[in-house]
Unconditional design. Structure first.
Lengths: 101, 172
């Protein structure tokens, strides 16, 4: 398998995630875009792990850690969005101006 | 070997198109379902790179748990199902496309110039070795991550819990 196309597609997924974060208005959709970014990082880690053939398999181990942390992040993030929705009756991030002065 | 390359390119193309759909569709449910397809295609890519344990973890944790959580979030926050023109902030669209495009160009320039070559796919399982490494060399971060998950569990319950519930308990 050639390395470069996979890496370029991973970079494209990363920038698509950035685009989603900047453009989306719904907070849940922003969290979805963050998942896209984490997924692109995972692809990069696995690709370099296979490419370098590391004896400690650090690429795979880091990917497993990233997946675990991402699961925790989604749980906390959705809890925060839920609490904001309960207080504000909306999930649109441009209406969350609690910390703006 | 030729057919393998063709399959890889089709896979990458499908990955890209589903990812584009995640960020451009104006339907929240479609975005979540497209993310399922993106993750499934990523798992297939991991399988082709002979890292089958990570592929299985991706399917179990992401497609099995995280997406369900997302669908719960979408339903509970009463995001308008179906097409919704209000989903995107049109003011930010040009800026977002410019920033994302420049990041993509920069990254792909660096990656194409920095890395080259072929990956030889080895047959056979690496899961046993991975488990041994995870529980010997990386056992401290492994335990640390379990504490992080516990903290996230408690934090999630604390955040999502209604304050009235506490008051009701006091009254009872």
């Amino acid at each position: 398998m050639i390395v470069q196309p996979v890496l370029v597609v991973a970079a494209a997924l990363f920038s698509l995630g950035i685009y989603g974060i900047l453009v989306r208005r719904n907070a849940v959709m922003v969290l979805l875009s963050i998942e896209l970014i984490l997924n692109s990082v995972n692809i990069n880690f696995i690709m370099f792990d296979t490419m370098l053939a590391d004896s400690l398999m650090q690429g795979q181990i880091f990917t497993i850690f990233i997946i675990t942390i991402a699961a925790a992040e989604v749980g906390i993030g959705l809890a925060i969005v839920l609490m904001l929705f309960r207080n504000r009756q909306t999930a649109n991030i441009n209406e969350f101006d609690l910390m703006k002065w | 070997m030729e057919i393998f390359e063709i399959i890889t390119y089709f896979l990458l193309l499908a990955l890209l198109s589903t990812a584009i759909r995640v960020v451009t569709t104006s339907n929240v449910i479609h975005a979540a379902i497209s993310l399922v397809f993106t993750l499934a295609l990523t798992a297939i890519l991991f399988l082709m790179l002979s890292t089958e344990f990570v592929a299985l973890v991706l399917v179990l944790v992401y497609i099995g748990a995280v997406i369900v959580l997302f669908l719960f979030g979408i339903m509970i926050t009463r995001a308008p199902l179906g097409k919704n023109a209000e989903l995107d902030n049109d003011k930010n669209k040009k800026l977002g496309a410019a920033i994302a495009g420049s990041i993509f160009l920069l990254f792909s320039y660096i990656l194409i110039n920095g890395f080259d070559g072929d990956v030889t796919i080895t047959s056979g399982s690496s899961t046993e070795l991975l488990g041994e490494i995870l529980l010997s060399r990386f056992v401290f971060p492994f335990e640390l991550v379990s504490f992080v998950l516990l903290a996230a569990l408690i934090g999630g319950i604390t955040l999502a819990r209604k304050d009235e519930a506490l008051i009701d308990e006091d009254q009872v």
